[in-house]
Design a protein around this ligand. Structure first.
Ligand code: GCU
Length: 422
């Protein structure tokens, strides 16, 4: 009886909570409550940052620490690649335009082992190619129509419409995300594409028993501690390990690696760029809440909503800011500022209110102060550009027409941006 009552109470609370969430979503500019952002060039002790030296030696590390402690969580230890296995290479991929390479990075600790599959297409026109490094959502085989790509054996979110059944992909899953990956255009522009399925590093579910996190557990530990990494930081860690490999690959210009991600993987790319300065360029495609969008500006997805729907993405400490964003000592423009002086591109879509396009733009705008302190042009526009009118300083931004997606149009801007700097 007691159990039934509890279940009833729980479901009433749950339903009203879900209801409250829905009711609270703001998607009308007129309803955005007032908010105050911390100034990126004001120290936590109140002092002002007036030189590049103070930025790099004091302010940057302090901001990075706040994001580590309060938002994404710290990496609990060090683990290097223990083995690299090259599965296959070809000099005749993409109608003879590209080299293809498939390899696995292995991580080992005690009796645990993790395999991360890497797919690379490199332009034959280049001895050492600049590359885009990007995670994909459902396996390397989904990225391009090439029967030689190995099917992932990792856990993948079910989606029968693309042949993913019992959390395993099938032949039917091939090339099902190819509309997001204009591989031929990328290759023809002189860039390589390096891609990895993010679930190889940590399957995207609220379960910390199956990804990289468990490699660092102390006895009886079953999930990361409050200040330790959530999945976004774990995925970012994975990007850094891929970078460790790329630094050793003679066919890649590792000084010209642009890390790119869409949506949750955009949040991941930003955190990778902030924590690992070897990434020479960072591209956030519609990363939204916990990515490029400001948290204190309440519009679309909020901290409370994201922590409720995806309790495994951020560190435990981030829960303190559910409906309590004003207590955060940082906001996402300060994350973007950590990328300086490296080129940074932030992109939004008009039909993607959930990710708060204006919040993403403002974040890029306020991060510009740091670029300017370093003698660079940040975002060239002080007002939000028109739809489909990209602006490109050392920070680039566009809002394109259409919905939440990674499209050819987005890639065309990223290629242009890379051409400007690489
Ligand atoms: C959800 C989530 C977003 C995330 C997106 C995605 O919509 O709320 O924060 O960016 O999924 O990764 O596609």
């Amino acid at each position: 009886m007691k159990a039934i009552l509890f279940a009833l109470l729980f479901s009433v609370l749950f339903v009203s909570e879900t209801f409250a969430q829905k009711r609270n979503v703001i998607d009308d500019e007129a309803n955005v409550p007032e908010y105050k952002l911390p100034d990126v060039l004001t120290r936590f002790n109140g002092g002002k940052v007036k030189s590049a030296k103070v930025w790099f030696n004091k302010q940057r590390p302090e901001i990075l620490k706040k994001f580590t402690d309060e938002v994404y969580g710290k990496v609990p230890g060090k683990l290097d690649i223990s083995d690299v296995k090259v599965w296959e290479t070809s000099d005749d991929a993409i109608n003879g335009l590209a080299k293809r390479k498939q390899l696995s990075l292995f991580f080992k600790k005690g009796d645990r082992s993790l395999e991360v599959n890497v797919l690379m297409y490199l332009p034959k026109s280049q001895q050492k190619a600049p590359v885009f490094l990007a995670y994909n959502f459902s396996g390397n085989h989904a990225v391009y129509n090439d029967p030689n790509i190995r099917l992932t054996e990792s856990w993948v979110n079910n989606d029968p419409s693309v042949g993913i059944i019992n959390n395993q992909v099938t032949e039917q899953s091939r090339a099902t995300a190819s509309n997001r990956w204009p591989v031929e255009e990328i290759i023809k522009a002189g860039y390589g594409l390096v891609t990895v399925y993010y679930g190889d590093v940590d399957p995207d579910k609220n379960d910390f028993s199956d990804g990289i996190e468990q490699f660092f557990y102390q006895e009886n530990q079953t999930r990361p501690k409050y200040d330790e990494w959530g999945s976004i930081a774990a995925w970012s860690w994975g990007l850094s390990r891929v970078m460790d490999y790329l630094e050793k690959d003679e066919q890649v210009d590792s000084k010209k690696v642009a890390v790119l991600g869409h949506s949750r993987l955009g949040k991941t790319a930003l955190w990778a760029g902030a924590t690992d300065q070897r990434f020479a360029m960072v591209i956030s495609n519609e990363s939204g809440c916990g990515g490029a969008a400001l948290s204190k500006r309440i519009f679309g997805e909020t901290v409370q909503i994201i922590n409720t729907s995806f309790p495994h993405w951020f560190c435990g400490n981030f829960l303190k800011y559910n409906n309590n964003e004003e207590e955060l000592q940082v906001d996402q423009h300060m994350l973007l500022a950590l990328i300086a002086p490296r080129p940074l591109y932030v992109a939004s879509a008009e039909g993607d209110k959930w990710a708060d396009p204006r919040g993403e733009f403002l974040s890029a705008k306020y991060a510009s102060a740091v670029y300017e302190l370093l003698g660079l042009e940040g975002l060239p526009s002080k007002v939000m550009p028109e739809v489909n009118h990209p602006v490109m300083g050392t920070i680039g931004y566009h809002i394109r027409s259409g919905k939440h997606d990674l499209t050819l149009y987005d890639w065309q801007q990223y290629i242009k941006f890379a051409d400007k700097f690489f």
